[in-house]
Design a protein around this ligand. Structure first.
Ligand code: 26Q
Length: 823
């Protein structure tokens, strides 16, 4: 469909009039954002409807990505780019006396995710639509997304993220498709029609799930897929009797309780919260999504459920939606009369599971009493799944009782959701090569011995449409200027940039782009946080959730070390460096919050010490999120990927840095390994213990952090400064705990669980290498350019093609030109 500027302006005017009773002169920037987005939605609808029609008119298989998180960020810019109307929209706004950038800034992030796992889901949706695959997301329409982070006196303080304060122009409410989800109550047996016993649940709490659909617009294609997010409410929530009797709170209690299910995203990205409400969220969106699929299946195919997996494949994003397995059994048996074997056959051909973590403490386990209380019938089914599974296990490993107790889905009063996933799914994948190997050989070794064929690797990727084309227009134009367009849908084409790696004029041009991006970032930080940074310094950036295993603390200790050197050595004149952090800590994660306070304390000291004379600055960017990430990656020189080897499943920020020409300083962990493999060892700086070395140390129980402290007086000094009052007394308790955790171990933990002290010297040396490389501007430019040229593997398009080939088995569907006129 052609974009008609004149007609579009008309739509915008109509929207302003209809929604706000305003004309162009009266419209605020926000009115304008809303009107332009609404008009774009009209434009998108034509292809959205055509896509749905095309999918409905064929018997095709579609994939459904079930995820508790979709970290979408803003939609306006992304949709303009994918629709190919960015230039036109800029012109339209200019002609109406508005500025596109101002309008864009009006949109709140859809921050419905914590970090990597949620953003991966968003990148996958972009790739599915762009590659013309019928694939859709199912999740929760949280009323409040990831909390807003304020830094007050150096501490993180959380505020609610009221992203729906104004209406969301990108969603369409589908009340006609609402379903009911039941909690609690008592299962009651009925004699079913086919001789199977079925169960009804009496006296359950009934929650209404209402879907809101968002369009997922493919790049340079007519395909528009769907993200369907469920909102919880209560049908008969408001009790007028109680209200009339002046019991105002109780009158809305039922309604509030129902709405609480989709109220807020849990902000912890590891270490299960164990909260009943979290389990309610999981079952709520999972059950609603499966009911939606079953309705559609019956509409299109009747009750031949053995064909369900022919048309539907469901990818479970970590264990959060894994209750889908017994819930699907319940829907097939109790609501559609199938017997156990027939139902189990359907289930085990439908679901596939992705694991995103190796941290044992992050594996999701639910106490039986919570689970059974909320989902009594699902729990019965779960027990039966486990009973049959244990029987199978006994047959394969007779007499091996230990194995049976290790692998039992239900054990020690807990339900192990990962075990349930592995039993019920036909595919289990990790998210980077090392991660999958560690799953197969260590963490899930029992399971890969039992089901070797289920295990596979799918190295993560990121969408170059958002993370390069949209976020970094200068570099994008440079690339297209050198190798032409086409890389937007085939990132492997970036290899063609390699031939410019020794072309001085091109390298200068490339450096100048980074410099301009750094000036933009400096300006943005000045305007928003009143922070000054020097674009001529190295921008060394660590942006990710705050976690001990990600080792922001190692970065801070190194900065303290540099500061000490600057003060102690008058002739020490390193390349000026700006260390930039962005990170949210889970609200209940005390030690992570202490590290944020430490970063801010160190930053405050260094940035205000005139003796440093521009050689060192430390910045903590407040409220890190997708929209800030889009400004940081293009302006970064150095990418900090310094997790303890074996702990970071993959990482995806590492890929966004590479794509934008930053050089990695990192450990051999997660996808870093594949990044260096592609970039070439000489184009990244790798340091530290390997996962294997750490495994060996742990097997021998031979780690002693004191060896490292004694061997390095500078390290000893830095550690002492945590507790000797150098950084004030106000937070001395918090910093003392960090010190203790490194040196002695706290709460029965080993000291320095994440090998920060063991890797410190190597990290210092790695930074010296970075500085030497950076000082040689030509060598740096070459390395950075080669990183861009060799980042092709890390497109989520490649990842999605692998999921399609190995797991989903989808065909592409080309949406035909709609006949409808633009009006
Ligand atoms: C679980 C239970 C209760 C409450 C919260 C949670 C929860 C929520 C979010 C557990 C984990 C998460 C998120 C995990 C995550 O983001 N993992 C990251 O996934 C990325 C995509 O695969 C990887 O690149 C990262 O390495 C991995 O840390």
């Amino acid at each position: 469909m052609q974009f008609d500027k004149k007609l579009f302006k008309e739509w915008v005017r109509n929207r302003l009039k209809r929604n706000y009773g305003k004309n162009l002169e009266e419209a605020t920037r926000h009115d304008m954002f809303d009107a332009v987005s609404a008009a774009l939605m009209d434009f998108i609808q034509t292809n959205w409807m055509a896509t749905r029609k095309e999918y409905d008119s064929h018997t095709i298989r579609q994939v459904y990505y079930l995820s508790a998180e979709f970290l979408m960020g803003r939609a306006l810019g992304n949709n303009c780019i994918n629709l190919g109307v960015m230039d036109s929209i800029r012109e339209v706004l200019e002609e109406l006396d508005f500025n596109y950038m101002d309008i864009e800034e009006e949109e709140p992030d859809a921050g419905l995710g914590n970090g990597g796992l949620g953003r991966l889901a968003a990148c996958f949706l972009d790739s599915l639509a762009t590659l013309d695959y019928p694939g859709h997301g199912y999740g929760i329409r949280y009323q409040y997304g990831m909390f807003e982070q304020h830094i007050e006196n150096g501490y993180q303080v959380e505020y609610p993220d009221n992203w729906l304060k104004h209406r969301d122009p990108w969603e369409v409410k589908r009340s006609d498709l609402a379903v009911t989800v039941r909690f609690g109550g008592t299962p009651v047996a009925d004699k079913g029609t086919n001789g199977h016993t079925t169960y009804r649940i009496e006296n359950a709490e009934e929650i209404t799930a209402t879907p809101y659909d968002m369009p997922i617009v493919g790049f340079d294609t007519r395909t528009v897929n769907r993200l369907r997010l469920w909102e919880a409410s209560s049908e008969n929530g408001f009790d007028l009797q109680l209200f009339n009797d002046m019991h105002y709170l109780r009158a809305v209690e039922r309604q509030n309780n129902a709405e609480n299910i989709s109220r807020v995203l849990y902000p912890n990205d590891s270490g299960p919260s164990g909260k009943a409400l979290r389990l309610k969220q999981q079952y709520f969106f999972t059950s609603a999504s499966l009911q939606d699929l079953v309705h559609k299946f019956k509409r299109d195919h009747g009750t031949n459920f053995e064909d369900f997996p022919v048309y539907n494949v469901v990818q479970l994003n970590d264990t959060h939606p894994v209750v889908a397995i017994p819930e699907m059994m319940r829907l097939l048996m109790d609501e559609n009369g199938l017997g156990w074997d027939a139902a189990w056959d359907v289930v085990t051909r439908t679901f596939a599971y992705t694991n995103h973590t190796l941290l044992a403490e992050a594996l999701e386990r639910w106490p039986i009493d919570i689970f059974e209380g909320l989902l009594p019938r699902v729990y019965q089914i779960l027990e039966e799944i486990n009973r049959r599974f244990l029987a199978e296990l006994r047959e394969k490993f007779p007499g091996d009782w230990q194995r049976q107790s290790r692998m039992s889905i239900i054990a020690d009063g807990m339900i192990n959701m990962a075990w349930l996933a592995i039993v019920g799914c036909f595919s289990v994948n990790g998210v980077a090569a090392l991660h999958t190997e560690l799953l197969k050989n260590v963490e899930l070794a029992d399971w890969s011995a039992l089901y070797p064929a289920k295990f596979n690797n799918k190295t993560n990727g990121v969408t170059q449409r958002r993370w390069l084309l949209s976020a970094n227009p200068r570099l994008s134009a440079f690339i297209t200027g050198k190798i032409g367009s086409g890389w937007e849908k085939d990132l492997s084409r970036l290899r063609e940039l390699e031939r410019f790696a020794d072309d001085d004029a091109v390298l200068d041009e490339f450096l100048e782009i980074k410099h301009q991006n750094k000036i933009d970032l400096a300006k943005y930080l000045k305007d928003t946080q009143n922070i000054f940074i020097d674009p001529d310094s190295i921008f060394d950036v660590q942006i990710k959730r705050l976690h001990e295993y990600k080792r922001q603390l190692l970065n801070v200790l190194h900065i303290m070390y540099l500061y000490n050197r600057i003060l102690a050595e008058s002739d020490y004149n390193p390349v000026p460096r700006t260390f930039i952090f962005g990170a949210k800590a889970a609200s209940g994660y005390r030690r992570a919050k202490s590290i944020i306070k430490l970063i801010n304390t160190i930053a405050d000291r260094i940035n205000n010490d005139h003796r440093v004379r521009g050689r060192l600055r430390v910045i903590f960017v407040e409220n890190y999120r997708v929209t800030i990430a889009e400004k940081l990656f293009p302006a970064s020189d150095v990418s900090e990927q310094i997790s303890t080897a074996g702990k970071e499943a993959s990482g995806t920020g590492n890929m966004k840095f590479m794509l934008n020409g930053a050089v990695t300083i990192g450990t051999l962990d997660g996808a870093n390994i594949e990044i260096v493999e592609e970039a070439g060892e000489e184009n990244a700086v790798i340091f530290g213990l390997t996962a294997q070395e750490i495994q060996a140390i742990e097997a021998e129980h031979s780690y002693n952090p004191h060896d490292h402290i004694q061997a390095n007086p500078a390290l000893k000094t830095v550690l002492n400064q945590l507790i000797d009052g150098t950084y004030g007394t106000e937070s001395s308790g918090l910093f003392r705990e960090l010190y203790d955790s490194l040196v002695y171990g706290v709460d029965g933990q080993r000291p320095d669980v994440y090998y920060i002290l063991a890797d410190f010297d190597a990290y210092v040396a790695a930074h010296e290498k970075i500085c030497a490389l950076y000082a040689d501007r030509r060598a740096w430019a070459r390395t950075a350019l080669l990183n861009v040229a060799r980042s092709g593997k890390f497109s989520s398009d490649r990842t999605i093609e692998e999921y399609v080939r190995d797991i989903w088995k989808l065909e592409k569907v080309r949406v035909p030109q709609a006949q409808e006129k633009q009006s």
